[in-house]
Design a protein around this ligand. Structure first.
Ligand code: SF4
Length: 369
């Protein structure tokens, strides 16, 4: 299929109830784009960005704030914590908060006092930061993602952020951009040439977990239809089975999900597949408990780990990882796989060895060169 013949998705896109634009940013390209695309939505231009008191976390997901980002865009992934094998991943935060509402989402803890979905106008400043790092370390290859504090693509129909990111990374040979999503907002991507420097990845789970825990997201089949279009347009793909959750029928559910995901894809163009288990900080547990109808996950038995997060007990995690590995290897025994936020002992039980710390990313990107 050629890029021109790719058909575009027609899924409903997120529209906020209201938009707040920081006064000095009204003339920015991003603010103007948002106003044009949301012509029927009330817009407030404000000096003070305290748009609302942090109230109901879900209500914040109905408001959009367009503002300048203050501080650095590029950071080390916060997953690299004590005692866990780190994959040396960098994150760029061009947005904060997400229109979806997954029951297990760590943003409920991390952004507790955030009353809105925010997008940042000074994208060029963020790209300058990345450019400086890439130029300073030409011998290294970096894996950089935008899907840590936000879904990488769920707002792309309003922001066109991908139209700035993909050409930027297409010009740099020592970095890979990962756009991580649960959406099918891929229309912009289909018009761009990633030159093998962009991985579009989907967070995936069993259809039962998608339906019960991933509020506002689209079904797995629709995510995979988008993945198929993106792959045909020349992008590498990634998949994140995260969080794995031991629910009734999980073995059939995950085996069938793997079958559904990979049946239409060229697995030789899958850059990586990650596995991670359900994990919660005490503050996230409290945040989930405070939201009515959100408590079902709390019935899963979790035990504290050395990093302060609670996870399913180790024997069950190892069992789930091994089963997933077996099914994934049956699909293609050369797909690069890794597990996320687990200690070396779990790596050894699953893979027979643990990588030296921080070498997971280097191995993955080296394989892609
Ligand atoms: S898609 Fe990701 S960032 Fe958005 S609510 Fe779900 S877990 Fe959180």
């Amino acid at each position: 299929m050629t890029r021109d013949s790719v058909s575009f998705a027609r899924a409903p896109r997120w529209v906020p109830d209201a938009v707040w634009i920081e006064c000095g940013e009204v003339d920015s390209a991003l603010a103007q784009r948002v106003r044009t695309r949301l012509s029927g939505t009330p817009v407030h231009v404000v000096d003070d960005l305290g748009v609302a008191e942090p109230d109901d976390f879900a209500a914040g997901k109905r408001r959009l704030v367009v503002q300048r980002h203050r501080g650095t865009f590029l950071q080390h992934c916060p997953a690299g914590t004590t005692g866990m094998v780190c994959c040396n991943y960098l994150v760029m935060n061009f947005a904060s908060n997400c229109p979806f509402d997954c029951s297990y989402c760590f943003l409920q803890d991390y952004l507790t006092n955030n009353p809105a979905v925010k997008v940042f106008t000074n994208v060029a400043d963020g790209l300058s930061e990345v450019d400086a790092v890439l130029r300073a370390h030409p011998q290294r290859t970096f894996r950089i993602g935008t899907g840590e504090l936000a879904d990488s693509l769920a707002l792309d129909h309003l922001t066109d952020l991908s139209c700035e990111l993909v050409p930027f990374f297409a010009k740099h040979t020592n970095a890979l951009l990962e756009l991580k999503t649960k959406s099918d907002c891929v229309d912009n991507l289909l018009r761009l040439d990633p030159k093998d420097r962009v991985v579009v990845s989907w967070s995936v789970n069993t259809p039962a977990i998608v339906a019960s825990e991933e509020g506002g997201t689209i079904p797995l089949e629709d995510r995979m239809a988008a993945a198929s279009r993106v792959q045909a347009a020349g992008y590498k793909l990634g998949f994140h089975f995260d969080p794995l959750i031991a629910h009734d029928g999980w073995e059939d559910g995950y085996r069938d999900a793997i079958e559904l995901i990979f049946r239409r894809l060229d697995t030789r163009r899958v850059a990586w597949v990650s596995l991670g288990s359900l994990r919660m900080t005490p503050r996230l547990k409290a945040a989930i408990k405070a939201r009515p109808s959100r408590g079902r996950l709390l019935t899963t038995e979790l035990v504290p780990g050395p990093d302060g997060k609670e996870r399913m007990w180790r024997g069950l995690r190892v069992k789930m990882y091994r089963r997933m590995l077996e099914w994934l290897r049956q699909v293609d025994d050369r797909m690069p796989l890794y597990i996320c936020m687990e200690p070396a002992g779990v790596w050894e039980k699953v893979f027979g060895e643990a990588p030296p710390d921080r070498q997971v990313a280097e191995r993955l990107v080296a394989d892609l060169r």
